[in-house]
Write a protein that binds this ligand. Structure first.
Ligand SMILES: [Zn+2]
Length: 69
């Protein structure tokens, strides 16, 4: 199972988030995770680092938003 398919922790919606300087990534100060809301389908994705977040985002865009193209 991919991280991007995990159900988001409800606690995350209550903690303050600091906006990253690139691509709409949001860094969760408390959990140390990065999250990103897909601009196409509005799905929330999250990852342990910005580098992995980028991989998840690209994978999501390619395989889920674009239907496998
Ligand atoms: Zn999407």
């Amino acid at each position: 199972m991919l991280r991007s398919l995990e159900i988001p922790d409800p606690f995350q919606t209550f903690v303050s988030k600091k906006y990253a300087n690139a691509k709409g990534y949001v860094h969760d100060f408390f959990t140390g995770e990065w999250s990103y809301s897909c601009s196409t389908c509005k799905e929330d994705l999250s990852g342990p680092s910005r580098k992995i977040m980028t991989k998840i985002r690209l994978f999501h865009t390619r395989n889920e938003c674009l239907g496998g193209y």
